[in-house]
Design a protein around this ligand. Structure first.
Ligand SMILES: [Zn+2]
Length: 326
Protein backbone atom coordinates (compact mmCIF):
# COMPACT_ATOMS: atom_id res chain seq x y z
CA UNK A 1 0.00 0.00 0.00
CA UNK A 2 1.10 3.50 -0.80
CA UNK A 3 0.61 4.78 2.74
CA UNK A 4 2.64 1.97 4.26
CA UNK A 5 5.74 3.33 2.57
CA UNK A 6 5.61 6.27 4.92
CA UNK A 7 5.54 4.02 7.94
CA UNK A 8 9.20 3.21 7.32
CA UNK A 9 10.12 6.82 7.92
CA UNK A 10 8.23 7.12 11.14
CA UNK A 11 10.35 7.45 14.25
CA UNK A 12 8.35 8.40 17.28
CA UNK A 13 9.88 10.84 19.67
CA UNK A 14 10.73 8.25 22.32
CA UNK A 15 12.69 6.34 19.71
CA UNK A 16 14.37 9.54 18.65
CA UNK A 17 15.36 10.13 22.24
CA UNK A 18 16.79 6.60 22.46
CA UNK A 19 18.71 7.03 19.23
CA UNK A 20 20.14 10.29 20.57
CA UNK A 21 21.18 8.48 23.74
CA UNK A 22 22.91 5.62 21.93
CA UNK A 23 24.62 7.98 19.51
CA UNK A 24 25.77 9.89 22.52
CA UNK A 25 27.14 6.76 24.27
CA UNK A 26 29.18 5.95 21.22
CA UNK A 27 30.59 9.43 20.81
CA UNK A 28 33.83 10.51 22.45
CA UNK A 29 32.83 14.14 23.06
CA UNK A 30 29.53 13.07 24.52
CA UNK A 31 29.53 15.15 27.69
CA UNK A 32 30.45 18.41 26.01
CA UNK A 33 27.87 17.95 23.26
CA UNK A 34 24.88 16.85 25.33
CA UNK A 35 21.66 17.22 23.38
CA UNK A 36 19.25 19.60 25.12
CA UNK A 37 16.03 17.95 26.30
CA UNK A 38 13.92 20.05 23.92
CA UNK A 39 15.21 17.91 21.04
CA UNK A 40 12.99 15.14 22.31
CA UNK A 41 9.87 17.30 22.14
CA UNK A 42 7.04 15.69 20.19
CA UNK A 43 6.15 16.37 16.58
CA UNK A 44 2.63 17.76 16.81
CA UNK A 45 0.09 18.01 14.02
CA UNK A 46 -3.10 20.05 14.33
CA UNK A 47 -6.13 19.91 12.05
CA UNK A 48 -7.22 23.48 11.24
CA UNK A 49 -6.60 27.09 12.20
CA UNK A 50 -8.09 27.69 15.68
CA UNK A 51 -6.78 24.33 16.94
CA UNK A 52 -3.41 25.26 15.49
CA UNK A 53 -3.48 28.63 17.27
CA UNK A 54 -4.43 27.08 20.64
CA UNK A 55 -1.84 24.30 20.34
CA UNK A 56 0.94 26.67 19.29
CA UNK A 57 0.07 28.89 22.23
CA UNK A 58 0.55 25.92 24.61
CA UNK A 59 3.66 24.52 22.90
CA UNK A 60 5.43 27.84 22.45
CA UNK A 61 9.08 27.30 21.49
CA UNK A 62 9.10 23.78 22.92
CA UNK A 63 8.33 21.90 19.74
CA UNK A 64 7.17 21.82 16.16
CA UNK A 65 3.48 22.29 15.38
CA UNK A 66 2.18 21.57 11.88
CA UNK A 67 -1.26 22.14 10.40
CA UNK A 68 -3.12 19.68 8.14
CA UNK A 69 -5.63 22.06 6.57
CA UNK A 70 -3.69 25.12 5.49
CA UNK A 71 -5.58 28.37 6.10
CA UNK A 72 -7.61 29.29 3.05
CA UNK A 73 -8.65 25.69 2.38
CA UNK A 74 -12.29 24.98 3.18
CA UNK A 75 -12.50 23.17 6.50
CA UNK A 76 -15.96 21.65 6.76
CA UNK A 77 -15.83 19.36 3.77
CA UNK A 78 -12.10 18.73 3.73
CA UNK A 79 -10.74 15.78 1.77
CA UNK A 80 -7.45 14.41 3.10
CA UNK A 81 -4.43 14.02 0.80
CA UNK A 82 -1.53 11.49 0.72
CA UNK A 83 0.70 14.28 2.10
CA UNK A 84 -1.56 14.46 5.16
CA UNK A 85 -1.08 10.72 5.74
CA UNK A 86 2.68 11.22 5.45
CA UNK A 87 2.58 14.02 8.01
CA UNK A 88 0.58 11.87 10.46
CA UNK A 89 2.84 8.86 9.86
CA UNK A 90 5.74 10.90 11.20
CA UNK A 91 3.90 12.69 14.00
CA UNK A 92 3.75 11.92 17.71
CA UNK A 93 0.62 13.89 18.58
CA UNK A 94 -2.50 14.88 16.63
CA UNK A 95 -4.74 17.64 18.01
CA UNK A 96 -8.27 18.02 16.71
CA UNK A 97 -11.30 20.20 17.46
CA UNK A 98 -13.60 17.19 17.72
CA UNK A 99 -17.43 17.30 17.80
CA UNK A 100 -17.50 15.87 14.29
CA UNK A 101 -15.71 18.84 12.71
CA UNK A 102 -12.94 16.66 11.25
CA UNK A 103 -14.91 13.83 9.67
CA UNK A 104 -12.00 12.94 7.38
CA UNK A 105 -9.76 12.16 10.32
CA UNK A 106 -10.56 8.56 11.26
CA UNK A 107 -9.87 7.27 7.73
CA UNK A 108 -6.74 9.41 7.53
CA UNK A 109 -5.40 8.14 10.85
CA UNK A 110 -6.02 4.56 9.70
CA UNK A 111 -4.15 5.24 6.46
CA UNK A 112 -1.22 6.80 8.27
CA UNK A 113 -0.63 3.47 10.06
CA UNK A 114 1.01 5.17 13.03
CA UNK A 115 0.22 3.04 16.07
CA UNK A 116 2.15 5.41 18.38
CA UNK A 117 0.11 8.49 17.44
CA UNK A 118 -1.50 10.20 20.44
CA UNK A 119 -4.80 11.88 19.59
CA UNK A 120 -6.00 14.90 21.54
CA UNK A 121 -9.66 15.86 21.32
CA UNK A 122 -9.64 19.52 22.37
CA UNK A 123 -13.43 19.68 22.88
CA UNK A 124 -13.48 16.74 25.32
CA UNK A 125 -16.07 17.44 28.03
CA UNK A 126 -17.78 20.27 26.13
CA UNK A 127 -21.48 19.79 25.59
CA UNK A 128 -22.45 20.51 22.00
CA UNK A 129 -25.38 22.62 20.86
CA UNK A 130 -27.49 20.62 18.45
CA UNK A 131 -27.65 21.70 14.84
CA UNK A 132 -30.81 23.65 14.23
CA UNK A 133 -31.37 22.82 10.63
CA UNK A 134 -33.00 19.59 9.63
CA UNK A 135 -31.49 17.65 6.79
CA UNK A 136 -32.90 18.64 3.41
CA UNK A 137 -35.83 16.42 2.72
CA UNK A 138 -35.54 13.90 -0.03
CA UNK A 139 -36.90 15.11 -3.32
CA UNK A 140 -36.49 18.73 -2.34
CA UNK A 141 -33.57 19.12 -4.71
CA UNK A 142 -33.16 18.00 -8.25
CA UNK A 143 -29.40 17.62 -8.14
CA UNK A 144 -27.77 14.52 -6.68
CA UNK A 145 -25.28 16.57 -4.69
CA UNK A 146 -27.92 17.52 -2.15
CA UNK A 147 -29.65 14.22 -1.73
CA UNK A 148 -28.95 12.48 1.51
CA UNK A 149 -29.70 8.85 2.12
CA UNK A 150 -30.76 7.89 5.57
CA UNK A 151 -27.77 7.27 7.79
CA UNK A 152 -25.43 8.90 5.33
CA UNK A 153 -25.52 12.63 5.88
CA UNK A 154 -22.44 13.56 3.93
CA UNK A 155 -20.76 16.66 5.31
CA UNK A 156 -23.42 17.69 7.80
CA UNK A 157 -22.49 17.58 11.46
CA UNK A 158 -23.92 14.70 13.39
CA UNK A 159 -22.36 15.39 16.78
CA UNK A 160 -23.88 18.83 17.19
CA UNK A 161 -22.46 22.17 16.24
CA UNK A 162 -18.63 22.03 16.32
CA UNK A 163 -17.84 25.80 16.47
CA UNK A 164 -16.92 25.87 20.17
CA UNK A 165 -13.66 27.80 19.53
CA UNK A 166 -15.68 30.96 18.85
CA UNK A 167 -16.75 31.17 22.51
CA UNK A 168 -13.84 32.66 24.52
CA UNK A 169 -14.90 30.59 27.56
CA UNK A 170 -15.07 27.25 25.75
CA UNK A 171 -11.80 28.18 24.04
CA UNK A 172 -10.22 28.21 27.51
CA UNK A 173 -11.42 24.67 28.05
CA UNK A 174 -9.94 23.63 24.70
CA UNK A 175 -6.58 25.15 25.65
CA UNK A 176 -6.71 23.41 29.04
CA UNK A 177 -7.54 20.06 27.37
CA UNK A 178 -4.62 20.48 24.97
CA UNK A 179 -2.33 21.38 27.88
CA UNK A 180 -3.37 18.39 30.00
CA UNK A 181 -3.07 15.82 27.21
CA UNK A 182 0.26 17.24 26.02
CA UNK A 183 1.62 16.96 29.55
CA UNK A 184 0.51 13.30 29.57
CA UNK A 185 2.28 12.49 26.33
CA UNK A 186 5.35 14.67 26.98
CA UNK A 187 5.83 15.13 30.76
CA UNK A 188 9.40 16.40 30.27
CA UNK A 189 8.02 19.74 29.03
CA UNK A 190 5.13 19.97 31.51
CA UNK A 191 6.30 23.23 33.11
CA UNK A 192 6.54 24.97 29.79
CA UNK A 193 3.10 23.74 28.64
CA UNK A 194 1.60 24.86 31.95
CA UNK A 195 2.99 28.39 31.93
CA UNK A 196 2.28 28.95 28.23
CA UNK A 197 -1.31 27.75 28.65
CA UNK A 198 -1.80 29.93 31.71
CA UNK A 199 -0.71 33.06 29.85
CA UNK A 200 -3.02 32.30 26.91
CA UNK A 201 -5.97 31.42 29.16
CA UNK A 202 -5.51 34.76 30.94
CA UNK A 203 -5.76 36.52 27.60
CA UNK A 204 -8.92 34.53 26.83
CA UNK A 205 -10.39 35.55 30.19
CA UNK A 206 -9.62 39.18 29.40
CA UNK A 207 -11.30 38.77 26.00
CA UNK A 208 -14.36 37.21 27.66
CA UNK A 209 -14.63 40.20 30.05
CA UNK A 210 -14.50 42.59 27.11
CA UNK A 211 -17.25 40.66 25.30
CA UNK A 212 -19.36 40.54 28.48
CA UNK A 213 -19.04 44.22 29.30
CA UNK A 214 -19.43 45.62 25.84
CA UNK A 215 -22.25 43.35 24.69
CA UNK A 216 -24.28 43.72 27.90
CA UNK A 217 -26.14 46.82 26.61
CA UNK A 218 -27.22 45.01 23.42
CA UNK A 219 -28.40 41.77 25.04
CA UNK A 220 -31.08 40.01 23.02
CA UNK A 221 -29.75 41.35 19.72
CA UNK A 222 -30.66 39.11 16.79
CA UNK A 223 -28.31 38.70 13.87
CA UNK A 224 -28.07 36.50 10.81
CA UNK A 225 -24.80 34.86 9.76
CA UNK A 226 -23.87 33.18 6.49
CA UNK A 227 -23.04 29.80 8.07
CA UNK A 228 -24.03 28.39 11.43
CA UNK A 229 -20.77 29.20 13.27
CA UNK A 230 -21.79 31.48 16.14
CA UNK A 231 -24.43 29.78 18.31
CA UNK A 232 -21.93 29.31 21.19
CA UNK A 233 -20.85 32.94 21.09
CA UNK A 234 -24.48 34.07 20.87
CA UNK A 235 -25.51 31.84 23.77
CA UNK A 236 -22.60 33.03 25.92
CA UNK A 237 -23.44 36.72 25.59
CA UNK A 238 -27.23 36.61 25.40
CA UNK A 239 -27.53 37.20 21.66
CA UNK A 240 -29.55 35.31 19.02
CA UNK A 241 -28.01 33.89 15.87
CA UNK A 242 -29.83 32.62 12.82
CA UNK A 243 -27.78 31.23 9.92
CA UNK A 244 -28.54 31.13 6.21
CA UNK A 245 -26.76 27.79 5.69
CA UNK A 246 -25.28 25.19 8.01
CA UNK A 247 -21.83 24.98 6.42
CA UNK A 248 -20.17 27.19 3.78
CA UNK A 249 -20.42 24.53 1.03
CA UNK A 250 -24.19 24.41 1.23
CA UNK A 251 -25.80 26.30 -1.58
CA UNK A 252 -28.41 28.82 -0.53
CA UNK A 253 -31.87 27.42 -1.24
CA UNK A 254 -35.17 29.30 -1.59
CA UNK A 255 -36.17 27.63 1.71
CA UNK A 256 -33.11 29.12 3.41
CA UNK A 257 -34.05 32.58 2.19
CA UNK A 258 -37.64 32.08 3.33
CA UNK A 259 -36.52 30.97 6.79
CA UNK A 260 -34.20 33.95 7.17
CA UNK A 261 -36.97 36.26 5.98
CA UNK A 262 -39.32 34.82 8.62
CA UNK A 263 -36.71 35.23 11.35
CA UNK A 264 -36.15 38.83 10.28
CA UNK A 265 -39.90 39.54 10.43
CA UNK A 266 -40.41 37.72 13.71
CA UNK A 267 -37.40 38.80 15.77
CA UNK A 268 -36.43 42.21 14.49
CA UNK A 269 -33.04 41.12 13.19
CA UNK A 270 -30.44 43.90 13.29
CA UNK A 271 -27.88 42.83 10.71
CA UNK A 272 -26.71 40.24 8.24
CA UNK A 273 -23.13 38.95 8.45
CA UNK A 274 -21.10 37.59 5.61
CA UNK A 275 -17.60 36.09 6.11
CA UNK A 276 -14.13 36.87 4.79
CA UNK A 277 -13.70 35.21 1.41
CA UNK A 278 -17.40 34.54 0.77
CA UNK A 279 -18.46 36.16 -2.48
CA UNK A 280 -22.02 34.94 -2.88
CA UNK A 281 -24.05 37.72 -4.51
CA UNK A 282 -27.24 36.32 -2.96
CA UNK A 283 -26.04 37.49 0.45
CA UNK A 284 -25.95 41.08 -0.83
CA UNK A 285 -29.35 40.42 -2.36
CA UNK A 286 -30.79 39.16 0.95
CA UNK A 287 -29.27 42.16 2.70
CA UNK A 288 -30.94 44.63 0.36
CA UNK A 289 -34.24 42.68 0.18
CA UNK A 290 -34.52 42.63 3.98
CA UNK A 291 -33.06 46.11 4.31
CA UNK A 292 -30.41 44.81 6.73
CA UNK A 293 -26.91 46.29 6.98
CA UNK A 294 -24.24 43.85 5.76
CA UNK A 295 -21.33 43.28 8.14
CA UNK A 296 -18.43 40.80 8.15
CA UNK A 297 -17.82 38.28 10.94
CA UNK A 298 -14.86 35.89 11.01
CA UNK A 299 -15.37 32.24 12.04
CA UNK A 300 -11.57 31.86 12.21
CA UNK A 301 -11.60 28.93 9.83
CA UNK A 302 -8.95 30.78 7.88
CA UNK A 303 -6.41 33.47 8.79
CA UNK A 304 -2.94 33.99 10.25
CA UNK A 305 -1.09 31.25 12.16
CA UNK A 306 0.22 33.39 15.03
CA UNK A 307 -1.65 32.45 18.26
CA UNK A 308 -2.31 36.16 18.84
CA UNK A 309 -4.37 36.26 15.64
CA UNK A 310 -7.25 34.73 17.62
CA UNK A 311 -7.57 37.89 19.73
CA UNK A 312 -7.22 40.23 16.77
CA UNK A 313 -9.97 38.43 14.84
CA UNK A 314 -12.28 38.06 17.85
CA UNK A 315 -11.94 41.76 18.75
CA UNK A 316 -12.83 42.53 15.13
CA UNK A 317 -15.91 40.33 15.57
CA UNK A 318 -16.83 42.17 18.76
CA UNK A 319 -16.67 45.53 17.00
CA UNK A 320 -18.75 44.19 14.10
CA UNK A 321 -21.40 42.84 16.49
CA UNK A 322 -21.53 46.18 18.30
CA UNK A 323 -21.91 48.10 15.04
CA UNK A 324 -24.73 45.74 14.05
CA UNK A 325 -26.56 45.63 17.38
CA UNK A 326 -26.37 49.24 18.58
ZN1 LIG B 1 -17.78 26.57 10.23
Amino acid sequence: MFFHLFKTFKINFLNRALITTFTCLGAIACNTATTPPTNSSPKIVTTFLPIHLFTKAVVGDTGQVDILISPGTEVHDYQATPDDAKLLAQADVLVENGLGMEEFLSALVANAGNSELQQIDSSEGIEAIEEEHEEHEEGEHGDDEHEHEEGKHGHHHEEGNPHVWLDPVLAQQQVANIRDRLIESDPSNADSYRSNAEAYIQQLQQLDSEFQQRLAPVKGCNFITFHDAFPYLAQRYGLQQEAIVEIPEDSITPQDIQRVQQAADQYGVKALFTEPGIEDKRIQQISSDLNLPLEVIDPLESGETDPQYYFQAMRGNLEALLRACQ
